[in-house]
Design a protein around this ligand. Sequence first.
Ligand code: BGC
Length: 726
Amino acid sequence: MSNRPKILPWAVVGDNIQGPDQAFYESILAQGNGYMGVRGFDPAGPKENGHERSVFLAGFFEYIKAGITDMVNTPDLFAVRFGFPCKRVWASARLDMDTGLLTWEGIWETEDRLQFSVTSRRVVSMANPHAAALEVEITSLNGDLELALETGLDGDVANLPISDDQLAQNTTVHRLLFPVTCAADRDGGLLIMESRPSEQSLYQAYRVKANRPMALEGVVGDAYTAVRLRGTLPKGEVLRVEKFIATYSSRDEHREPAAAARDLAAQLAVQGFGEVLEESSAAWNRLWGQCDVELDSELEELQGAVRYNIFQLLQNNASHDPRVSIGARGLMHGRYKGNYFWDTEIFMLPFYLCTRPEAARNLLLYRYHTLDDARESARGFGLKGARYSWMCSRTGFEQCETWDTGCCEVHITADVAHAVQRYVEVTGDEDFLVNYGAEILLETARYWVSRLTYDPREDHYNLLFVKGPDEYCGVTNNNTYTNFLVRENLLNAVGAVRALQEYPEAWEKLQSRLGVSQDELALFGEVAGKIPILYDEGRELFIQDENFERLEPLDIEAHKEGAVPLYRTISYDRLQRYRVLKQADLVLLMAMFPERFSYEQKRNVWEYYEPLTLHDSSLSFGTHAQLAAMLGYEEQAVDYFAKSAFLDLHNIMDNVHKEGIHMAALGATWQALVFGMAGLSVDQAGSVRVNPRLPKEIRAMRLSVVVRGRRYRLAVEGDQAQVTAL
Ligand code: BGC
């Protein structure tokens, strides 16, 4: 890309941002607090790219057609409009990761060449999820400026079509929010909107203050409310406008949400921008205390890049809300319609699990709250138990509109079960196991028993017509990754029941509610033992699935051009007959369960599959870095790690401007660093081990993790590790 950001240890800086770089910076500079995500646009900047100025709220989805939702683009709460012809001639921006502050600086010019500078600073509060604040400073540079500007809430928003490989072609602009109340007076206003067809409400209030006397008036449009400020700004003087915004929605189940929004906006205005920022910074400070990874590294900008990965994982997680998960592009872009995938459980969750277990618990509770939908989905497929959907949002019902992926990428169900199991092992949270986890494990195990096909000739339970993690494999049989996790799922269900014997009352209730019998549990064990895991003894090699070795070889060098994924140049239908991988598949399995495979088995998987992998999914690089580190392949570990750590900041896949940031890659980066390079492992009994494999480019690393309720500080230097229980 033409204009790379500068990555400082605690900040990301873009200088001289113009033209097509604008959308890139709007993606990487996005701000959020888990409740709300706001793309990093310049408040005073242009509005022409409607979806680039998006603001999303966690869990706020609306139906765009029967059964299919989109994440609703909500009003632009930072909008600043000048009431006279002028244009921005220069701009730079800076996102501070220690405080969450986003600053845009611009030089603007009027038609008669009067120049003025505009510096905006804004915060989406980490201390109060409903609060946000903006401060704009305008300085007239070379003459007296007749100033007119408006700032308020711009609800004239829609969901624009975003191209997407997992959904039917989407070309319709959807207007999902409609104004109910739109009011303004000289120091603030109120906007209430309703989404249709579900009639969810959004309540936003704002207050505006200025540092010098200006003529103020309220302005209202159809879905637009603002305060207009007019006055002369003498050369060299500064107009400072502060704005405070409070957001509630019907999802908050607040008794008087409009009043709550008004009161909060007023309270923030009394506090002032500085104090709102300070409170939010203090909350960030606490988060960094739990989640920071400090590096001594000679790799340029690596420290800042690693922090950026963590920063976005924190901003996009509604850590207190058990009714939402995290979309593939978080709250920062509408791609994939904001949907939740296995990305959460397999790629992101380990980070929360080891740093903020309560956030991990809430992510898994989302799966518990959608368990009934998963049951209904299983019934819809003529099966038993609970089947999690490949993509979901407000409910657990399938949002994926391509039949091969939606019907066949069934590993998601085993991925959820795996995450439940790991959560219980790492936290020792028996309350979760007893009240939620065991039920998920049992119902998903039931699903597998009904989904597998028994072959009496071989006495095998085969998993037919499935797609594994590698989405270029087509629809195939006995994908080894999936079969392995299904086996785990069945055995973990039996293990959960064993653990529940300690809680006879709870177990009795669950047993009678689900109608689980000893015979059924015995069947789980028996089926688990008869699921084929494809393995070539001679080559000591796991085989991806039954088709894999029959596929036609492809000269990757000749076909792959730069970052463009092959599915853009070769049809999916053709791709699935080539022996190439879109993303880590068995490499992922080896990285997830390193202790279950010998060094040779892991090495052989690497040697065979890595050269065939195109990394056309952002999920792939971090996992490759992790396994390479585990194998001691230092150079490849560093190479893949850099691709994952800088994936968004260096626009490695050349799509950040159009598609936003890649949440799973952020989590994969953290896992590569912590499980791969620092060599942290936590076994089933919760014992912590550290077996450092730092590449020479990283001299030392310090971080902390929480295991079984206890925080440990890990200090790794060279091949030495120190683990201190705090
Ligand atoms: C990947 C999936 C992933 C999805 C959302 C696809 O391109 O192949 O594994 O879940 O993107 O990130």
